[in-house]
Design a protein around this ligand. Structure first.
Ligand code: PRX
Length: 656
């Protein structure tokens, strides 16, 4: 975060009480009620979660042990049998919700579909049977590489139904990135579409799958199931590739949900860390189901009468927990939109809100900043009076954007729910409960009941109010990640060893810097590791550096974030070239394209600067701090005397 943003946040004193009318019918209605829940959960977390699990979910068999905690490995509801697809579908069919809209979908070209709970159940059962027919068994991993169409949710639910963990790969990732993930997860089958519509273009998804699988690139993959979406010409490999619609037409709609062990793996979702290789975050069934369910219910205050729209993609954790599993487990109506604001239709989001009477809207600060840039006239030309709650996620929200969201989109009447959480946490960790907790622009406010969050120093001591420190969680919670897929050691090192345990107290290290103010409000300041948040997408600097150095022209690369008005941060790369290459604009473009090919367009560097050498310490470590200063055109902060070669900085500055 830039210095000016930090200063504006430090000076932020505005307080917005929960609107009286809102609080009256909210799930959690007062600060006293929140405090009581929080205190009860803190005093006996296991009793708190057990009570909710019994009350909110269907279990085929109750658990024997609420929590088995062998740090850093947790097991929740041990011995319990449960199925997430059952909780999202079957249990609603015997109630009035049977014919309620489960998913409302609008495609970018304007085509629409509504699936009731009964209809969604039927399609999920059919696809679950298709997966079984194609040899997918309980425990087999399935890759999902899809546009934002109902079939993406159907695919996920079908996997959950038969106990095949899915790994959804965001459709914006390249063939190479897809292959890495399919190989790491040892996926047996891939579900994709011919293509997807995105900003008036088609995205060739099936072609990318073909590239990922070429030359036996992901040998575990035996079959590919293809949804027809864009009707573009694609190759169908005989024996390997199957049309979704043809298979579905032949499949039985009878497929009982498999009773899963509470701790059976539900999905793997890859996310960026501080090393070159993305890590497979493992989530399991029972605890995840409970946490996605209850956080949505209490923090976004979802009710039966709501149309709820989360603008994320299902390829991210936000889509998993808060487009598919959380809403459906609650029997809510979840809206899915394939499109994005684009030159031909910059007001499309507000058209969707007006057309469907959206009540709860959940998006990212980067989107809000883009809306501000596009102009107030777009939302003002639509009727947004149906909105009653606005949410945000993905990065710290600057108070100006918060105020604009509150005033222009929310008409001053909607609470703003700023949710801090991560792929690893599975659900909201620090968030207002909107009927209870007064909000401050830029603060995610307070921990969810049952979450023991703190801001500490590297010895694990709580820091004083308003002093910066590391954000940690001090007690296991039901939807915490269980491990890094296939790498328990990396799990331990990444999250549990930065702050060594003290007398049996373990600290989950989130990787974010934060402070807590005198009212107990948390202010998340951003990543303290080599992870960037670009337009709300999480990217590892090492990942982009590895992509760059895999190009023959590149000798060495260092990537840092540079402040960007809309994206929050942009990728800025410093590159030294191999002897025979000369710096020029074509090469710059070629390197940017190379990153797109290796990772995806989301990682495309905003700028590449060629250098003769990179600033390094005497022991050879790149001094990123200086590079960050250079990238933002700021004065250098810190002591340059530890540098091996002082002239390097001068040259880099001149290079600008
Ligand atoms: O740095 C924090 C930021 O996003 C990171 C998690 O990224 P990811 O796993 O991709 O999940 C994003 C969606 C949950 C965090 O470590 N972050 C997320 N939400 C917020 C945030 N930073 C500040 N405020 C938030 N509300």
């Amino acid at each position: 975060m830039s210095q000016s943003t930090i200063e504006s946040i430090l000076q932020e004193k505005r307080l917005f009480d929960p609107p009286t009318e809102f609080a009256k019918s909210a799930r959690i209605k007062s600060m006293a009620e929140y405090q009581q829940l929080y205190d009860r959960a803190a005093a006996d977390p296991q009793a708190f979660w057990a009570e909710l699990a019994a009350q909110e979910l269907h279990w085929f068999k109750p658990w024997d042990t609420v929590l088995d905690w062998r740090p850093p490995f947790a097991k929740w509801f041990v011995g319990g049998k449960i199925n997430l697809s059952y909780n999202c579908l079957d249990r609603h069919l015997t109630t009035w919700r049977r014919n309620k809209a489960a998913l409302i979908w609008e495609g970018e070209p304007g085509d629409t579909r509504t699936l009731t709970y009964a209809q969604l159940h039927r399609e999920v059962c059919q696809i679950a049977n298709v997966l079984k027919d194609l040899g997918v068994k309980k425990g087999d991993r399935v890759g999902i590489y899809m546009p934002m169409i109902p079939e993406a949710a159907i695919a996920m639910l079908a996997c959950a139904r038969i106990g095949a963990p899915h790994t959804v790969v965001f459709g914006g990732f390249s063939a190479e990135a897809l292959r890495d993930r399919l190989v790491d997860a040892q996926a047996k089958l891939v579900i994709t579409a011919d293509g997807g519509f995105r900003k008036d273009k088609t995205v060739p998804l099936k072609e990318a799958v073909d590239q990922a699988l070429v030359n036996n690139g992901a040998p575990s993959v035996e079959n590919v199931l293809v949804v027809e979406r864009t009707r573009q010409t694609i190759h169908m490999e005989p024996g390997r590739d199957h049309w979704w619609h043809a298979r579905q037409a032949e499949a039985s709609a009878d497929c009982p949900a498999e009773p899963m062990d509470s701790e059976d793996m539900l999905f793997i979702l890859y996310t960026s860390g501080t090393t070159g290789k993305p890590k497979g975050v493992v989530h399991t069934t029972g605890g995840y189901n409970l946490y996605a369910h209850i956080t949505l219910k209490w923090a976004l205050d979802i009710q039966d009468t709501d149309v709820y729209w989360c603008t994320a993609d299902v390829g991210w954790i936000t889509g998993h927990s808060y487009i598919v599993y959380g809403p459906l487990s609650n029997g809510a109506t979840s809206l899915m939109y394939e499109g994005a604001p684009r030159p031909s239709n910059p007001g499309c989001f507000w058209d969707v809100v007006e057309k469907y009477g959206v009540n709860i809207f959940y998006t990212a600060p980067t989107a809000i900043r883009a809306f501000i840039k596009m102009g107030e006239h777009l939302p003002k030309a639509r009727d947004l009076s149906s909105l009653r709650l606005l949410g945000t996620v993905g990065e710290p929200i600057n108070p100006e954007a918060w105020m604009w969201y509150h005033e222009v989109i929310g008409g001053g009447r909607c609470p703003i729910v700023d949710t801090w959480w991560q792929t690893e946490t599975g659900g909201f960790m620090i968030t207002p409960l909107p009927g209870a907790i007064a909000t401050k622009p830029g603060s995610a406010t307070r921990p969810f009941p049952g979450i023991l969050a703190d801001v500490v120093d590297l010895d694990g001591n709580s820091v004083a109010d308003n002093e910066g420190g590391y954000l940690v969680i001090k007690h296991p919670w039901p939807s915490m990640m269980r491990t890094v897929y296939g790498d328990d050691d990396r799990f331990r090192r990444t999250y549990w060893e930065h702050i060594p345990p003290q007398e049996g107290q373990y600290f989950y290290f989130a990787g974010d810097g934060a402070r807590r103010d005198e009212d107990g409000y948390f202010w998340v300041m951003g990543r303290i590791d080599d992870v960037l948040t670009v337009a709300g997408h999480r990217l590892g600097t090492m990942e982009i550096e590895s992509a760059l150095v895999s190009h023959p022209a590149v000798a060495e690369a260092a990537v840092v974030g540079r402040k960007d008005e809309v994206k929050g941060e942009d990728v800025f790369a410093f590159v030294t070239l191999e002897g025979s290459y000369t710096p020029n604009t074509e090469l710059k473009e070629a390197l940017k394209q190379h990153v797109v090919k290796e990772i995806g367009a989301l990682a495309r560097p905003g700028e590449i600067r060629f250098a003769d050498a990179l600033p390094k310490t005497r022991s050879g470590k790149i001094i990123r701090r200086f590079l960050r200063n250079l990238a933002s055109g700021e004065e250098l902060v810190g002591d340059a005397s530890t540098m091996e070669d002082q002239s390097v900085l001068e040259k880099l500055r001149e290079g600008a």
